[in-house]
Design a protein around this ligand. Structure first.
Ligand code: ZN
Length: 568
């Protein structure tokens, strides 16, 4: 619902007009839901939630029932009655919102759901709690946007349009990677990030925890990682720039409550200068850093100095046994924090030529009959994959290590143990043709790039393309030329949000509303994304809703307009 209509409705000016007719006049898909459900049929009925409405729910769906209750309590000061019902008593009653559990065979996945609303009430049905959760997120977006706030208008209009929805996600992995190394994002910011993901039915938070500019995870056995390598040096002295173990447990639990799995990433072997600042003995050079500025430890801000250090051997030494015991220790401490089965181990952008000059690396190559640095990296990453497999974890990596320029679309690493490739450079097709699972996240999904070519106030580096919302919307994660069996190996897609140039206070207005396009790419198959114009309409309608949860959309640009920013 757009702001204009919402304000008219709140004043009671249109109380006699059904919501459907307000929208139906201008669009064949009048609801403003993102991602758009796979199958929607509108009716001319509608349902109004009142203080007499009852929430009937299957015990397994209690959390979603509570979410609905709390929304009305917070926004409308309405204490809806909640009644748990057994499976054989699941029957909709007049004036009720129902969350019913159904048998598996009627639903494609546990994330699938159905939602039906008519004059009597709303019924969400699913075979599992995730499906009920996603049905609830759709119901949220069907209600007026002020349901997200804490104070509804004097005469709220809690109307749900009449419709039937059959919905299921196209892809099981619908992710968002956030770089918390280049700029450190505090816990509250991450929670807001997860709130946005949940509303958009995204379900994998890929947490980039380490890079050249900072090591952001507390590891007790190696205190210098946080004493030295995670301290930010802003204007007024050093401040904590890492997540302690309680922070991480808090975030993982917060994500879990929103059906989001957390995928931690430790970057190996490159992008690790921060770690080497703390423990230089893990690098090929093995001598302490000389910081160019004594006031500066590992920086918050992008600093080429840290990147250049990599070329001076400041990444993990592949030949040093100490490296593998260090990583083993780090992983052991992470086991209590990250319960899910997939962890990311980096694997991108190792500068060439460093390992060739290192006696330990050379010795390793000789002993294991390894012919070059690329094979050495694959050997190293496989070994780390084996270490994690012994702890019950499957690795995902950036996938491609074989080239003078750090990547090569002609080659993709296989790290064994059913590992997954996170494609960022055009080798998704090759990964699938080699029988590997792949999350396809190449450049249209890089939403840290500016939204259009000459973004005012942003000096775009020569290597950085721009990433308009329309390009994201047209992206198909399934590459052409695969057999149906190979297509199934594309298990998902995700946005990547690198933060070299993206400070905390600018994060949301930079990535929104492009996150909406990404969520629809992950949820709807390409052939169902047939109206970019309708998508833009929904983006406009959802701006106020997101502002209620503290997420601003990109602001209008001086000399341009909001439409340009969203749609070019
Ligand atoms: Zn070495």
């Amino acid at each position: 619902m757009n702001r204009f209509i919402a304000s008219l409705l709140s004043l009671g000016c249109l109380l006699t007009a059904p919501v459907d007719s307000v929208h139906a006049a201008s669009s064949p898909l009048p609801i403003s839901v993102v991602p758009m459900p796979a199958d929607v049929n509108m009716t001319d009925e509608s349902y109004e939630v009142t203080s007499q409405t009852t929430i009937l729910f299957a015990p397994e769906f209690a959390d979603s029932a509570q979410t609905i209750h709390d929304m009305f309590s917070r926004a409308g000061n309405i204490d809806l009655k909640m009644t748990e019902v057994k499976e054989d008593e699941q029957e909709a009653k007049d004036n009720s919102i129902c969350l019913f559990k159904k048998s598996d065979e009627d639903y494609a996945t546990t994330e699938s759901y159905r939602l039906a609303s008519n004059a009597k009430g709303v019924t969400i049905s699913a075979s599992g709690p995730a499906g009920a959760f996603y049905g609830t997120q759709t119901l949220r977006q069907l209600l007026p946007d002020y349901i997200e706030g804490t104070k509804a208008p004097l005469h709220p209009y809690w109307i749900v349009p009449g419709l039937t929805i059959k919905d299921t996600p196209a892809l099981g992995w619908r992710g968002a990677m956030l770089d918390t190394s280049r700029h450190f994002h505090p816990v509250d910011q991450l929670k807001k990030f997860l709130d946005g993901m949940a509303l958009l039915k995204l379900n994998r938070f890929h947490w980039h925890l380490t890079d050249n500019q900072g090591w952001r995870i507390q590891i007790d056995k190696y205190p210098k990682l946080t004493e030295l390598a995670a301290m930010r040096a802003p204007v007024n002295g050093f401040v904590k720039g890492y997540y302690d173990k309680n922070d991480i447990k808090d975030i993982v639990a917060y994500a879990k409550a929103r059906y989001i799995e957390v995928i931690p990433e430790i970057e190996i072997p490159a992008h690790s200068s921060a770690c080497m600042a703390a423990y230089p003995e893990l690098s090929c050079k093995s001598v302490p850093f000389e910081f160019p500025d004594p006031k500066k430890k590992c920086g918050e801000f992008f600093d080429t100095w840290y990147y250049e250090l990599e070329k001076e051997s400041r990444h993990f030494c592949a030949g040093n046994e100490q490296v593998y015991s260090f990583l083993n220790d780090v992983f052991d401490e992470m086991l209590d924090l990250f319960p899910y089965g997939i962890w990311h181990i980096g694997g991108d952008e190792r500068p060439d030529g460093v390992w060739s000059k290192c006696p330990k690396c050379q010795d390793r190559m000789k002993k294991n009959n390894i012919k070059d640095e690329h094979d050495l990296q694959e050997w190293m990453m496989r070994r780390i994959s084996d270490i994690l497999a012994s702890k019950g974890k499957t690795v995902i990596s950036w996938g491609c290590t074989r080239d003078q320029k750090y990547y090569n679309p002609e080659y993709v690493d296989n790290l064994g143990n059913n590992s997954i490739v996170l494609n960022w450079h055009g080798y998704a097709k090759m990964a699938c043709q080699n029988g590997m699972r792949c999350v396809n996240a190449c450049s249209p999904m890089y939403i840290d790039y500016p939204p259009f070519e000459n973004y005012p106030g942003f000096e775009r580096p020569s290597w950085m393309p721009f990433c308009p919302i329309s390009s994201i919307y047209q992206f198909d994660p399934i590459p052409e030329g695969l057999t149906p069996e190979q297509e199934k190996l594309i298990i998902g897609t995700q946005v990547c949000i690198w933060c070299e140039f993206l400070p905390t206070d600018e994060l949301f207005a930079w990535i929104y509303p492009r996150m909406l396009a990404a969520s629809e790419v992950a949820w709807l198959p390409k052939e169902k994304r047939d109206s970019y114009g309708d998508f833009c309409r929904r983006v406009d309608d959802l701006e106020v809703r997101f502002s209620f949860i503290g997420i601003p959309f990109a602001h209008p640009v001086v000399g341009g307009n909001k439409g340009d920013q969203h749609r070019r």
